[in-house]
Write a protein that binds this ligand. Structure first.
Ligand code: MTE
Length: 310
């Protein structure tokens, strides 16, 4: 793997210019101070996040504006339309919140969200996010490697896979009253994928705590896989011997495989994956192998037929 060297510069010293500009742009669009009073509180929650370090695992590409990152979402628990999560996710209660880490581990534990926020230095990592629907974004996430959490629970020799389970609560999540997917939302990774330094346990974006529609209070981001592998609003992480069956695999086994690595050569059953539209762009661009993270992750799949293991 090509190892980057994170510069470890506290963001209190270097306020990311893009962040500042995005915020100013948002305020201008919102019509200034009068409109600010009407903004959802989640927008300001992140003002408290401090001690953020810049990570070397960052792509140097134009950021997708904050407004698009937080208003064009997939979060079926709040509806299937792209604007639905931003409109409906206000009903999600993100405090108190715990994440149960269990299964094939020596030290199962229930982690409180406040403890998770302090577990490791929060890094800002600008990652490409490539949705299976052939659009993409560039997002400055805040989090730390999932490996940091995994080390603390000591997986045993039977732990071959990791399953992520999102919250099940049809009262808070009205989308769960219809069976568009099997609830709760489930996703999974092989343990080496989960341990990979790029796999980010994510608590924020654009310098603040995650807005509800982006999977508050805690989600996974796996940048070399299609976006649906990055489960939101996680309440449980389970270590298993058998490969977990994700909600999307149940919904369409021919369309959604377990691996779901971004791959321009493997079409979705109903559309091509060769190109994608970056949100905000007019023209499409070529899809990159492993979403551009080939140097970092290709060796995880050495010897595997990626047409079969899609
Ligand atoms: N997690 C849950 N619990 N429910 C969902 O519907 N959608 C997935 C993923 N995680 C989803 C989820 C899909 S399809 C994508 S593309 C990403 O979240 C979108 O993340 P974003 O809205 O923060 O861009």
């Amino acid at each position: 793997m090509s190892a980057y060297k994170p510069p470890a510069i506290p963001s209190s010293e270097i306020t990311p210019k893009n962040l500042f500009l995005a915020r100013r742009k948002f305020m201008q669009m919102a019509g200034g101070a009068a409109a600010a009073a009407l903004l959802p509180t989640s927008l300001w929650a992140g003002e408290k996040l401090s001690g953020i370090v810049k990570s070397g695992y960052t792509v140097n590409e134009e950021l997708t504006p904050y407004k698009d990152v937080t208003s064009y979402n997939n979060f079926y628990e709040f509806g299937t339309g792209k604007e639905d999560p931003a409109q409906n996710a206000g009903t999600l209660k993100t405090r108190p919140w715990t994440v149960t880490v269990e299964g094939e581990v020596n030290k199962p534990k229930v982690f409180d969200i406040e403890e998770l926020l302090k577990m490791a230095p929060l890094e800002e990592r600008v990652y490409r996010l490539r949705c299976v629907e052939a659009w993409s974004m560039v997002v400055p996430w805040l989090g730390f490697p999932l490996a940091e959490l995994i080390k603390r629970v000591e997986p045993n020799s039977k732990a071959k896979y990791v399953e992520f389970v999102s919250l099940l609560d049809p009262v808070q999540m009205p989308g769960q009253r219809s069976m568009v997917l099997e609830w709760p939302y489930r996703e999974g990774l092989r343990i080496d994928e989960a341990m990979h330094p790029l796999t980010l346990l994510t608590l924020g974006l654009y310098g603040e705590l995650l807005p509800n529609q982006n999977g508050a209070p805690i989600r996974i981001v796996v940048p070399w896989k299609y976006g649906f592998k990055s489960a939101k609003s996680i309440v449980s992480i389970r270590f298993t011997e058998q490969q977990p069956i994700s909600s999307w695999m149940r919904a369409g086994p021919n369309e959604y495989g377990f691996y779901s690595n971004v791959n321009p050569d493997v079409d979705h059953a109903r559309w091509s994956q060769a190109k994608e539209r970056r949100i905000g762009d007019f023209l499409k661009r070529k899809t990159l192998y492993f979403n551009g993270y080939q140097d970092e992750v290709a060796q995880l799949y050495a010897g595997m037929d990626l047409q079969k293991n899609f």
